[in-house]
Design a protein. Structure first.
Length: 111
């Protein structure tokens, strides 16, 4: 298991990259299908966007506390533009929009 606080022989901290794929279904407080629908959800959908963004930020904070050195958060709901960009934690890189041929795992690599 990688210990993120360990150092390499050169004294540098080990890299720990994290990829978060976040979808609206499963977010705390979202209980009805209409709340996840950008075309029919209205104000309920807008509130769900905020809930999704806040949960994503909580995950990012946890990753940072765990020693993450690089974090990508991929908006993986519906048309991939639900997270509120100006509210996403600044430590993460936001992946959103289309085209995304690999959908929820676009830009995930072996590194």
């Amino acid at each position: 298991m990688l210990n993120p606080s360990s150092s390499s022989p050169s004294g540098e901290r080990a890299r720990l990259k994290v990829y978060i794929s976040i979808d609206m279904e499963g977010i705390g407080g979202i209980v009805r299908e209409v709340e996840t629908d950008p075309t029919k959800g209205g104000e309920a959908y807008q509130q769900s966007r905020h809930l999704m963004t806040h949960e994503g930020n909580a995950a990012i904070e946890g990753c940072l506390k765990g020693g993450a050195t690089e974090i990508v958060i991929a908006d993986s709901h519906w048309n991939f533009d639900n997270l509120i960009p100006e509210e996403v934690h600044e430590a993460a890189t936001l992946l959103r929009g289309t085209p995304r041929s690999l959908s929820m795992v676009q830009d995930l690599d072996a590194s």
